[in-house]
Design a protein around this ligand. Sequence first.
Ligand code: NAD
Ligand code: ZN
Length: 378
Amino acid sequence: MKAVTYQGIKNVVVKEVPDPKIQKRDDMIIKVTSTAICGSDLHLIHGMIPNLQENYVIGHEPMGIVEEVGPDVTKVKKGDRVIIPFNIACGECLYCKNHLESQCDNSNDNGDMGAYFGYSGTTGGYPGGQAEYLRVPFANFTHFKIPETCEEPDEKLAVIADAMTTGYWSVDNAGVKGGDTVIVLGCGPVGLFAQKFCWLKGAKRVIAVDYVDYRLQHAKRTNKVEIVNFAHFENAGMHLKEMTKGGADVVIDAVGMDGKMTDMEFLASGMKLQGGAFGAFIMASQAVRKGGTIQVTGVYGGKYNGFPMGDIMNRNVNIRSGQAPVIHYMPYMFELVSTGKIDPGDVVSHVLPLSEAKRGYEIFDTKMDNCIKVLLKP
Ligand code: NAD
Ligand code: ZN
């Protein structure tokens, strides 16, 4: 089959790889119909995630049709249309039972974190979903089955695998409530969805931050948020704090590591806001009010374990973070899309054939052609 493979920094190649096979009794194989590129994939191709081998098949936001099931699979059958979450989870361990599927105890031999499709050896080493076919382990739990009556196109449903659901979880996990002022750092797909969900939770004020103008304009137009281009300020964190009269109730970091600057360059630059490992996090620690909450959704690799503890501790700031446990939210996300309460269509800006994955990565990474999110079609 054809698949998107990692071939070194900023180099992905669509090439022929062996078809996946059922390996365990509760595996299934799906024929992928759509598969999105995520901001997390950019960390991979920027070389920020360890334990990534050349020729590894990447991608973790697929959906498609069940092609084959193992003998112990009872919850889906051949021909079912499914969305596959980025989490690979057993559904039975303590973590899965307590709605933390992203930390499943049984899916990753490195038991200290959960497993994800196509995201390096560290997260389980499972091949990814930017491919014609995908092996799904723990198939009874690791899927959302789309009802047969549903006629929504993939373009509206694919984001439930990650971006939309992670946006919702960010707001939920941060405890955003009626009357809150929320600052969302990042106007990529995750940030854009988080902004939509802040309104759904009754926020009073939502401020979106980025430095890419077309993305800020998109946020303003589709999500009716206030916007701040942080590149226009010497100290954007303090500007946000003033704008919100002492800081926001919640700041959501939907940015994570900046791949344009290494951690060494960043430290040498005096930890300036515009870029570097914790650029967004430092901005968040300034822009949050005393006693407020920072929700870290943006991905930070293991090498970024230092952060501005003084500002956080002395101002009673709460930090919440993690890999989104998306599986248990998927039915609710589906309901929001199928009843028209949330239109995720405005986030997918490009639909390309899988064979053009290289171009998809390029425009998403370099923010060309007003790109917000790319959906690949095998
Ligand atoms: P993206 O790369 O499209 O979006 C990131 C946006 O942040 C870009 O528009 C960029 O211009 C902007 N940005 C860069 N530096 C900034 C700063 N200092 N302040 C404000 N904005 C800044 O990616 P995405 O798909 O929206 O994902 C966003 C982040 O969420 C990534 O780090 C991704 O890895 C992470 N993520 C986490 C989870 C999870 O479960 N925790 C799931 C999905 C994605
Ligand atoms: Zn993702």
